[in-house]
Ligand binder design. Structure first.
Ligand code: AMP
Ligand code: GLY
Length: 421
């Protein structure tokens, strides 16, 4: 089978790595890819925003299946476009990708279907928001109703902070804003919960714990994710049942009622308090770095699983998991998530001797002649699977230190809540 993966991050390198193991695979392209995907697939340098150009390439190469990694092309309707041209695509259509594209869309579903989530208010103007805030308790959360890569969320301790957030959002910091969301602040522990769905049935796709803050001890600015481990230590049978019955199934029912189907990965960002789940947000894709963390634990053919989702036959497909723990630590460019240098060479990558249960997934890298250059904030994901998080973390840090990339930094405390030493 000839397939193409859309995207260029660590998530996509992990997808390409896992899909490459399939016996069904004959050729794999990554569009546009990074230096890592270029080693194991053919990178095609196309503009992912140009759907027609993508289609022309896919049709010319007779690609049989397209896997869409990131949220932006999903929310902008790439799946609808390719399906209209009779191309098989793995990912949700635009109307259901609103689960990630519009926080207000998701909140309305929560309200109608009684899905546990933070109490919320939708405000259509600055004055409406200021009025509501003047009689609110703090802390609370102000959110822009757009795709903002996690940046449109303000956790506010005071009314001044909240008013400033309202001003920023309505003044267009995240593009044109017609409304925003004010939410109750949920206490508890966060967990990333995944399913994979073919539109008729779904299967769970493991859990992970992401570390979003840039600094040790979960301090400092929010990032795309500095590291993760899987499975989450919070998950248990009772909690899983509650997540499926109270959150996932009502959401899939809501989608059926819209006469739509959900095909793809669905990622629920949850807050867990006293073994009860609350939905913080949905993402209509795998997480990054959760994907890099979870995929090495899959012990079945991922291409068969994804293909089954596109053929409505997931129910017949078994998904086996390795009985291991996985950890990922992200090596970032110094300065991230703020300003950092681009096009900085990463030396010594080829010299790293990686053992069987360790993986290196590139994120913001590109190849120039024989050099690998860092071009993004998150640069390389180091993953290890083993019997315990502590030994995985040691193995990863050993490799990062061996690489000794001085323009980079990483968090050495990923998993600190589950590693006592
Ligand atoms: P989101 O982009 O909605 O995932 O929000 C980014 C991060 O903000 C989440 O991962 C949480 O850490 C935090 N967050 C968002 N909403 C809430 C909430 N209602 N209560 C507490 N924390 C929140
Ligand atoms: N790791 C968070 C995300 O992918 O949204």
């Amino acid at each position: 089978m000839k397939i193409a993966i859309i995207g260029s991050g660590g998530r996509e390198h992990a997808l390409v790595h896992q899909l490459s193991k399939s016996k069904k695979l004959t050729k794999i392209y990554t569009i546009p890819g990074n230096a890592g995907t270029g080693e194991i697939s053919e990178n095609i340098d196309l503009n992912v925003d140009n759907f027609q150009e993508l289609y022309n390439f896919i049709a010319r190469e007779q690609i049989e299946l397209v896997v869409v990694g990131p949220e932006k092309p999903l929310v902008e309707g790439l799946v609808d476009f390719l399906e209209s041209k009779k191309i098989k695509v793995f990912g949700p259509r635009r109307s259901v990708a609103q689960l990630e594209g519009s926080k207000i869309f998701t909140k309305k579903i929560c309200k109608e279907f009684n899905i546990p989530t933070a109490k919320f208010e939708i405000c259509k103007s600055k004055n409406e928001a200021f009025d509501f805030l003047s009689s609110s308790n703090f802390p609370l959360v102000v959110k822009a109703d757009v795709l903002a890569a996690g940046k449109g969320v303000y956790i506010c301790q005071t009314i001044d902070e909240a008013n400033a957030a309202v001003n920023e959002i309505f003044d267009g910091k995240f593009g044109n804003a017609e409304q925003l969301l004010i939410e109750e602040f949920l206490q508890g522990d966060e967990m990333s919960f995944f399913i994979i769905s073919d539109g008729n049935s779904y299967k769970t796709f493991n859990t992970a714990q992401d570390h979003k803050r840039v600094g040790e001890g979960d301090t400092g600015k929010n990032t795309g994710g500095m590291g993760a481990y899987s499975p989450s230590s919070l998950i248990n049978n009772d909690l899983e049942k509650k997540i499926l019955k109270k959150i996932i199934e009502p959401t899939l029912n809501a989608i059926s009622k819209m006469n739509e189907k959900y095909i793809g990965f669905l990622y629920a960002g949850l807050m867990i308090k006293n073994n009860e789940p609350y939905l913080i947000e949905y993402n209509v894709r795998m997480g990054d770095p959760e994907c890099q963390t979870i995929l090495p634990l899959v012990d079945s053919d991922l291409l068969e699983i994804i293909n089954a989702c596109c053929n409505s036959s997931l129910a017949k497909q078994e998904i086996k998991w390795k009985n291991k723990k996985s950890m990922c630590i992200v090596l970032c460019s110094k300065g991230y998530p703020e300003k950092y240098k681009r096009n900085v060479e990463i030396l010594n990558l080829k010299e790293l001797k990686i053992k069987k249960d360790s993986f290196i997934f590139h994120a913001g890298t590109r190849k120039l002649e024989n050099k690998v250059l860092a071009i993004g904030g998150r640069v390389i994901n180091f993953v290890n699977i083993s019997d315990n998080y502590s030994s995985s973390r040691k193995e990863i840090i050993y490799h990062i230190k061996k690489l000794n990339w001085l323009p980079g930094f990483f968090r050495s405390d990923i998993g600190y809540k589950v590693i006592k030493e």
